[in-house]
Design a protein around this ligand. Sequence first.
Ligand code: PHE
Length: 348
Amino acid sequence: MKEQLEQLKNKVLEEIKKIQDPKLLGNLEKEYLGRKGKLTKILRKIKDVSAELRPVVGKLANEIKKDVSAAFQEAEIKLKTRYQNSSEFFDPTLPGIVPPSGHLHPITQMLERIWEVFRSMNYDLVLGPEIENDYYNFQALNVPPDHPARDMHDTFYLKGARGVKRERGKYGDLLLRTHTSSISQVRTMEKRKPPIRIMATGKCYRRDDDISHTPMFHQFDGIAIDHNITFADLKGTLHYAMRELLEEEVKVRFRISYFPFVEPGAEFDVTCTICGGRGCPTCKGTGWLEMGGCGIIHPNVMKAAKYDSKKWKGFAFGFGVERPAMVKHRISDIRALFENDLRFLNQF
Ligand code: PHE
């Protein structure tokens, strides 16, 4: 009986090694260890063994049963983990997992297009601080304290700014800049000598929030200063730029307007691209879409930058970046641009 047991053990261990399929392994286990299994049957016969031999045979039988059960368990674990263990098994023919790829935000796309158009006209890109001081945001742009033009530029003033005021002398309170004119006019003019052509761009902040205004928005400002700059140069520049940006044959209209840092000043509109100028809800029936402000740089601004306004003349213009992006993509609510909803953003 001892031999029989040993033989059986060797045989089953041999068979376990050959098996590759977990299902067949289960069948084999049943064949040996099941209720009517080969090993079980032998174990049952132990009671018939003579009393002297019984303890020895019984011990051996139990050991064999333990070994065989352990071998089955080990084989089962091996087969189950085999496909999860990539160092053992790797199928290079299976399709890979494609990682989701992003793309530039529509505002960034429009900014890059604007830079491209103005770079082609030799404009140099400059950036400036989003936390600006009262001097560069207002005073140097011919907007003294208490000037009514400040009403439209109500913004967020920074805590502790009073302490800073004392330190910074003429620069005044700190605030979130309300336009990018603070970068192009004066801040950059102070650092560079004319003739210059610069474009400034970035985030601006105002206390505004509705379907066409968000408290944070983007602006683009440009200035050109040279010996013989006239309003005609400004008109030609904006006409060319608007057609390039909107990729349509738009007309540009100039309406006289007031900005303290330009004289004469104007607002400029483009033909409504949605109705082609016939009049629709987007252009409120006028056929025109308002784009921004512009004009000839005021002598006081030239003075703040220590430019001789008799020798140099320049024009300035500024417009929001969201507006042309909305017109181009036919987006009716500006807030959709900043909600980070991928269902919206994936369309551009
Ligand atoms: N900075 C002005 C605004 O934000 C726009 C502007 C720029 C007007 C340059 C004239 C010249 O409203």
